[in-house]
Design a protein around this ligand. Structure first.
Ligand SMILES: CSC[C@H]1O[C@@H](n2cnc3c(O)ncnc32)[C@H](O)[C@@H]1O
Ligand SMILES: [Zn+2]
Length: 446
């Protein structure tokens, strides 16, 4: 009897353990993935996949863990240029006295190179998708596209003039053009991104909401990051920031609320009822002493919560493995209960829930047929990852970004055996060092 011919695919990846993060949370010991172009066509036990498929390229990670690429649901990538410029300050002082003045002088070129550096850092530590809010978002999109990285980008919108587009009205026009430009791109999406309720008038916020609705994009905003923000909003509008957005008709499933630290139970109930996603940024909240976001309570109420690093000036790195570890431990100590935030929950926030927040859940977040082949390989042959009892625990509490060996985005290897294939990291570091020299000459570092 002749064997049936196996179907041709472009890439087969073998793994010691494949964590699918699918609905059933399937784990394939000695598993394999078959990938055609940018899409996963099958995932399962290795003998079965190798019997069904053949590929010109086989990546053999038979001793390693494979999982979906991590999703950084909130960052300001180009702020790598301000890493360490002003530390140990509360948010209002940090932002008004250091960061906003530094950002008044930035250029498209700085954003491009700062983002390239951030992309290098993110790819090398296992992030395959990032959601960015910054100035010159066209440069962010260009940098991501060139590196083959998936991104949701947005031009920051506020009432005062911007270094990119000048007066505020131009910001909405700029955003609309950005949406048109990237509409058919397989890796880049654009979102409408007003900065915060304390920098955007109700009129601007409403126009942002209309734009997001017209183009069916996410509407993303820093929300209730500090108690000061809530107190100021109460004073101005007689409402909390969440209630304020509700009153403006903006609280719905397209809204993504970054931070969500100072939330009353009424705020949390509104977010849950309206289907708003929250992006938790624990390290930034800890460093700026903003507080502890009520993530355990939000999850219990059914809110979709994703994980983000925020920018490099308030973190000060983009390593989601560190962020996951911090998230899990922060809520344990806050609640004096080690059961409130498990490793598995945190890994879900950083994959499946991140995808949902960005409206990419039909494409990424888990490894299953029909989804994009965005995956990372963790080198398990390391002292601090030995022995291996429980993969989720190992990834969240013991692994580091530096353990990422290989990264595939849309079926294309972008990091292989810790080597970046799609960008010149030395060049990006040199450019950012040069920008730092110029920034130092103008803004007194603290
Ligand atoms: C110009 S893009 C976004 C804008 O936000 C600033 N920013 C960075 N981190 C935070 C944060 O935690 N809360 C509020 N604003 C933040 C960033 O510097 C840019 O000005
Ligand atoms: Zn932010």
């Amino acid at each position: 009897m002749s064997q049936p011919l196996s179907a041709a695919v472009d890439l087969i990846v073998l793994g010691g353990m494949i964590l699918t993060l699918n609905e059933a949370n399937d784990i394939h010991q000695d598993g394999a993935l078959a990938i055609r172009k940018d899409t996963i066509v099958a995932v399962g036990p290795r003998p079965e996949i190798l019997a069904r498929f053949s590929a010109a390229t086989v990546l053999d990670y038979a001793a390693d863990i494979i999982l979906p690429g991590l999703i950084n649901a909130h960052t300001h990538a180009a702020m790598t240029c301000f890493r360490g410029l002003a530390d140990d300050l509360p948010l209002e002082v940090w932002l008004n006295d250091y960061i906003f003045p530094a950002e008044r002088q930035i250029s498209r070129d700085l954003v491009y190179w700062g983002t390239k550096l951030a992309i290098a850092e993110m790819l090398l530590s296992g992030t395959t998708t990032f959601c960015d809010m910054y100035l010159f978002a066209d440069a962010v999109a260009q940098a991501a596209r060139e590196a083959g990285m998936r991104a949701v980008v947005g031009e920051v919108l506020y009432d005062f003039p911007s270094a990119n587009y000048g007066p505020k009205d131009n910001g909405l026009r700029f955003t609309e053009e950005l949406i048109q430009t990237w509409r058919h791109d397989p890796l880049i999406r654009v979102a409408v991104q007003p900065h915060a309720v304390y920098t955007c008038s109700p009129d601007l916020l409403k126009r942002c909401g209309e734009l997001a609705e017209r183009h069916d994009t996410r509407l993303i905003i820093h929300l209730s990051e500090t108690r000061q923000e809530v107190a100021d909003c109460q004073q101005h509008y007689g409402a909390s920031p969440v209630e304020h957005l509700f009153n403006l008709g903006l609280l719905n499933t397209r809204l993504v609320a970054d931070h969500g630290v100072a939330l009353s139970h009424h705020d949390q109930d509104l977010l849950a009822a309206q289907g708003v996603s929250v992006v938790h940024c624990p390290e930034s909240n800890m460093k700026l002493a903003s507080g502890v976001a009520p993530i355990v309570s939000l999850l219990a109420k059914g809110v979709n919560v994703a994980l983000g690093t925020d920018g490099c000036a308030s973190n000060n790195n983009l390593d989601l493995f560190q962020e996951m570890d911090t998230a899990a431990k922060l809520h344990k100590v806050y609640h004096l209960d080690p059961t409130v935030m498990s490793a598995s929950t945190v890994l879900h926030l950083t994959t499946v829930s991140g995808a949902r927040a960005l409206n990419l859940h039909d494409r990424i977040g888990s490894l299953e047929p029909g989804k994009q082949a965005d995956l990372i390989v963790i080198d398990c042959d390391r002292p601090h990852l030995t022995p291996m009892y429980q993969p989720y625990s190992q990834l969240v509490y013991a692994a580091m970004g530096a353990d990422v060996r290989t990264v595939v985005i849309a079926g294309r290897p972008v990091v292989q055996d810790r080597r970046l294939l799609t960008l010149d990291v030395e060049e990006a570091m040199a450019k950012v060092r040069e920008y730092a020299r110029q920034i130092k000459a103008k803004v007194e570092p603290r």
